[in-house]
Structures are given as structure tokens and as C-alpha cells.
Design a protein around this ligand. Structure first.
Ligand code: NAP
Ligand code: GDD
Length: 347
């Protein structure tokens, strides 16, 4: 049987690595788009590249979402049946510092892919997945957010992703492209970027526990997030492209925790006994055994505006895609700690 071909923009990111493995296990040929960088940026997919079982079906190519000609050439050259757009300047806080770039990559980048599909007359041949986000809900007051919840983004990142969402919907309705928006809540893993809060916490605490680091500095401890596992979420992306009709789906766990609660679960698992003292920016955590302060807050990690509360309602995905999350927050944290402990062997 002829192998299906998929093209992944953002292959070197957390989700790109998990999705590549998922598709290769389904016998796809995977073309991944990496961007040029002065230092090797393929660490997350190096194991795939070296694996004899995957190697010949996994091809990395250069491209950039800010470069329309590269996108067009890549699609022409690889002739994929499925395109996953996972590429983005994905850090919310950083988007306040590079708003124009974030809009260019996240917003216009999506449009560039859709336009390439149209220019190559692939409207009826290619299926397109757009990596949307719960950040689009922004300052919502809904207790649970689903596909009907209105968007009120509160960061340049959120705004750029709203553009991508609507342009994907627009191209679906105007040109009949099989294009889906996944509206994914936070998903983490041992290979999560080190500046996102879950990885930062686990990495920091493991280093503190092993005496490689003295303190962990955080921002807002009271925002709430619905955290799932990236491995489960990439399956939902694929499922969206296997339906009869394209549609948009919310993907989340339906559970929410504060950053402080995440810290408390993680410290307990690591056998660190902590006590919180102080309030606001002066709030800190003390290691009861050593009596040392191990966590402090710093202004620089706060955002000009915050998404205070996220909790996803994935009923539609459960019903139509037969998708539900498999990994609990406990197992996620266990996996992240285990990975970090192994990583730290090299210190
Ligand atoms: P990530 O780890 O930050 O990966 C982003 C990927 O995009 C990386 O491969 C990055 O390349 C690439 N990229 C950045 N700018 C690019 C450009 N100009 N041209 C081409 N590629 C570029 O993000 P992730 O966590 O895997 O998330 C995947 C997607 O889902 C993103 O679009 C994100 O916004 C969205 N999303 C994520 C979550 C989540 O909780 N993880 C939730 C909802 C939506 P480098 O490796 O070279 O930097
Ligand atoms: N990054 C970071 N660093 N966040 C911190 C810190 C810190 O030191 N201290 C507290 N936080 C808080 C942030 O203010 C935010 O409320 C929460 O922790 C989560 O921050 P991140 O882990 O950076 O993720 P995010 O929720 O802003 O964005 C992620 O999830 C989105 C889906 O809702 C990213 O992956 C986005 O790309 C994704 O769309």
C-alpha cells in the first residue's frame, strides 16, 4: 500500500516531535520543516532521525513561515496529503516583546500556508491542521471553555492565533479546503521548552534537590491552567484530519490547577517539604528541612496582562473524534521528574 505523506511545520518543537513519532508509527512518510539556526535545533527529533525503524521515512527540510516562497516550494516538492501547522513563536510573555514577529509567524504564516495550498490547486487534495490555543479565550469568564465560547485574547500571541483561527475557517468556507482548528489547552511533557512554567518548575526543583541550584524564581502563582500531555494531544490533531468533514475542536482535560498547586504536587513527589510565607511579589517557599528559601517571585516573570483561568470542555472531541486524555496530571509530573533526574546525571 502507498504510504501517506505528511508535512509538519514546527517539527523541532515539543508537539512536532511527538506528532512525528505518532505518524511514523502509523506508517506515514513524514517531512519536517526546520528553520535555519546558528546552533543545532533538532535535539527533540534526533532520536527519530537515528532510529533505524523510522530513519528512511523521516525527512527534514529547511523552511520558514515568514518566507512564502519556501512554503510553496516545500509543499510542491513533498506533495503531502496532510499538513500540520505547529510552527509558532509560542511563548506568550515573549510575544509582548516581539509582537510584530509573533503576528508575522503565527498569523501571516498560517495564511501563507493556506495561500500556497490554493496556488497549487490542492484545495481538494490536502488536509490542513492549524494549532490553535486556549489562549484565544483570554479573559473569558466561562467556567468551562468549549467551541462556542467567544474569544477575548489578552496577548499579541493570543491575538495572532485568533487571526490564524479565523483565516483557517475562512479558507475552509470560501475554498472548500479540508482545514481544522484544534483549540488546544496547555500540554506538557519531558521535552517541553525550558521557559514554560511546568518544565521550569520541575527542572528547577530537581536541581535544587540535587544541590545544583539554590532558588527557583517564578511569576504569577495564582493563574489556573488545564494541563494535559502532548503525547495525547497530537493524537487528537491526527484524528481531526481523519473525519468526513473538517471542523474545529477543543482539546483539554477538564481539570484546572494553579501554578502553586503544581509546585505543591511536584515538591511532594520529590520529597521536598515546603512552607509558603508572605504575599504577592513577596510570597516565597521555604524548604522546612534546610530552612532555606527555595522559591521566590520576580516581577520580570509577570505579564502585562494575564489569562487567569483556563478549563477546557472537550465533549465534542470525545463524541466525534472518540478522543479523551489518557494521562493524569500526576502521571505527567512523574514522567517529567523522571526525565529530569536522568538528565541531571550529566551535571
Ligand atoms: P514549541 O515547542 O515552541 O515549537 C514551536 C515550533 O515552531 C518549533 O519547531 C520552532 O522552531 C518552530 N518555529 C518558530 N518560528 C518559526 C518560523 N518562523 N518558521 C518555521 N518554524 C518556526 O511549541 P509547541 O509547544 O510544540 O506547540 C506547537 C504549536 O501548538 C504552536 O503553534 C503553539 O503555539 C501551539 N499550541 C501549543 C500549546 C501547548 O501547550 N504546547 C497549546 C496550544 C497551542 P525552533 O525549534 O527552531 O524554535
Ligand atoms: N513561563 C512562565 N515562567 N510562566 C510563569 C512563570 C514563569 O516563571 N511563573 C508563573 N507563570 C505563569 C504564567 O503567568 C501563566 O499564567 C502560566 O504560568 C503558564 O505559563 P506558560 O507555561 O508560559 O504557558 P502559557 O499558558 O502562557 O502558554 C502556553 O499554553 C498555551 C495554551 O493555553 C504556551 O504553550 C502557548 O503556546 C499555548 O498556546
Amino acid at each position: 500500500m502507498k504510504k501517506k505523506k505528511a508535512l509538519i511545520f514546527g517539527v523541532t518543537g515539543q508537539d512536532g516531535a511527538y506528532l512525528s513519532k505518532f505518524l511514523l508509527n502509523k506508517n506515514y512518510i513524514v517531512y519536517g520543516v526546520k528553520r535555519r539556526s546558528s546552533i543545532i535545533n533538532t535535539q527533540r527529533v534526533d532520536d527519530i532521525y537515528k532510529d533505524i525503524n523510522y530513519k528512511s521515512n523521516f525527512i527534514l527540510l529547511y523552511g520558514d513561515l515568514t518566507d512564502a516562497s519556501s512554503i510553496l516550494n516545500l509543499i510542491k516538492k513533498t506533495n503531502p496529503r496532510e499538513i500540520y501547522n505547529l510552527a509558532a513563536q509560542s511563548h506568550v510573555k515573549v510575544s509582548f516583546e516581539v509582537p510584530e514577529y509573533s503576528a508575522d509567524v503565527n498569523g501571516l504564516g498560517t495564511l501563507r500556508i493556506l495561500e500556497a495550498i490554493r496556488s497549487l490547486n490542492l484545495e481538494k487534495k490536502v488536509k490542513f491542521y492549524q494549532a490553535g490555543t486556549s489562549e484565544m479565550f483570554g479573559s473569558t469568564k466561562e467556567k468551562f471553555q468549549n467551541e462556542k465560547t467567544s474569544f477575548h485574547p489578552v496577548s499579541p500571541y493570543g491575538v495572532s492565533k485568533c487571526f490564524a483561527h479565523w483565516i483557517t475557517k475562512n479558507y475552509r468556507e470560501a475554498y472548500g479546503i479540508y482545514a481544522c482548528n484544534g483549540i488546544l489547552f496547555n500540554h506538557e511533557s519531558p521535552i517541553r521548552g525550558e521557559t514554560f512554567v511546568t518544565r521550569k518548575i520541575i527542572q528547577g526543583l530537581v536541581r535544587i534537590k540535587q544541590n545544583y541550584q539554590k532558588k527557583l524564581f517564578l511569576g504569577n502563582l495564582y493563574s489556573k491552567r488545564d494541563w494535559g500531555h502532548a503525547r495525547d494531544y497530537v493524537e487528537a490533531m491526527w484524528k481531526m484530519l481523519q473525519q468526513k468533514k473538517p471542523d474545529d475542536y477543543v482539546i483539554g482535560t477538564g481539570k484546572t490547577f494553579t501554578i502553586k498547586e503544581f509546585v505543591n504536587i511536584a515538591t511532594k513527589k520529590m520529597g521536598l517539604n515546603i512552607k509558603w510565607i508572605g504575599r504577592g511579589i513577596k510570597e516565597k517557599a521555604i524548604d522546612i528541612k534546610s530552612k532555606k528559601i527555595i522559591i521566590e517571585c520576580r516581577k520580570r516573570y509577570f505579564r502585562p496582562l494575564e489569562v487567569d483561568y483556563l478549563k477546557g470542555n472537550a465533549t465534542k472531541a470525545k463524541k466525534i473524534l472518540k478522543w479523551s486524555p489518557k494521562t493524569s496530571i500526576d502521571s505527567l509530573i512523574d514522567e517529567m521528574i523522571k526525565h529530569e533526574l536522568n538528565n541531571n546525571d550529566q551535571y
